[in-house]
Design a protein around this ligand. Sequence first.
Ligand code: UDP
Ligand code: MG
Length: 335
Amino acid sequence: MTSSPDAAEALDLSVVIPVYNESENIPILLEKLLPVLAGCAASFEIIFVDDGSRDDTYLQLAKAHAHEPRVKALALSRNFGKEIAIAAGLDYARGAATVIMDADLQHPPEMIETFVSFWRQGYKNVYGQRTDRTADSRLRRLLTQRFYKLFESFGETPLPEGAGDFRLLDAQAVAALRAMREQARFSKGLYAWIGFKSIGVPFDVAPRVYGSSKFSYRKLTRFALDGLMSFSNAPLKVWSYIGTFISGMALASAVYFVGETMLFGVDVPGFASLIVSVTFLAGIQLLSLGILGEYIGRIFAEVKRRPLYLVGDELGLSARLADDPVANRKRSEAS
Ligand code: UDP
Ligand code: MG
């Protein structure tokens, strides 16, 4: 690879940062991040993925790029959501390792030094582990906790506790993620699913510097559903058990009623119980149809085979690695 015309190929470290309306945070973040990277990598790039921001985030990125060409940017054509913005960034990341982090300084840049030192020891999936979630609201913490309990009990892919997007991935792990083009992306599940030699590094989540969380409860609910549905078939399967149980009960009661009628004659029929059982069953059926619908909707999204995202504009980036399996192979061989 010595005669490679593309000097960018020999990059040590890439940092992928999804941004959505983060214009105030960008300069402060860069001020902290650049010295850290200079201290722990021979060469690096920072790839900001502008996820359809409505403020002047992209303008800030252009300024930063003019000032420091190692700051690069990708603007998606609209807001695709953080998960897809990360996937887009990974498609362009050329580093022998890639760090993923948030732009709001909730992920302390200094941690990258520790990540890199673990990577040099041979770990390929080094994740930050939140020690506390006090930066989040009470309700969000409660719901998050419930969600992870639920995810665990359906348990097809165990998630390490407190692990999120803040992490370092070796090029080999990045190539693995790049190969997964699913639309309903639950990155935390994907990071766990790919495996590789992993280690958690505890860190404290600072409060957001500017602005507020870009995740409404509605967005979080969708995200939680995506996570459960793409990593578990349990919600689909549980209905056959419930259905069998309910039908069994219905059959038993039918036998009972036949016997009762034969022995004691016809009673005045109880409308109340009839109505209750009919509506109960109708409810169960609608619910199970809804669950099927959730899965079918996701299947539909996948079979359309649309691209994950569309790029509107870019600054300083070379070709997308996702379209180039040979480049992917080279990268992982190089590491
Ligand atoms: N983000 C994004 N697209 C979105 C929502 C968020 O790229 O649709 C980015 C956001 O700019 C930030 C990161 O994802 O860099 C984390 O978002 P946020 O801080 O709002 O999430 P929280 O910390 O509340 O989980
Ligand atoms: Mg945040």
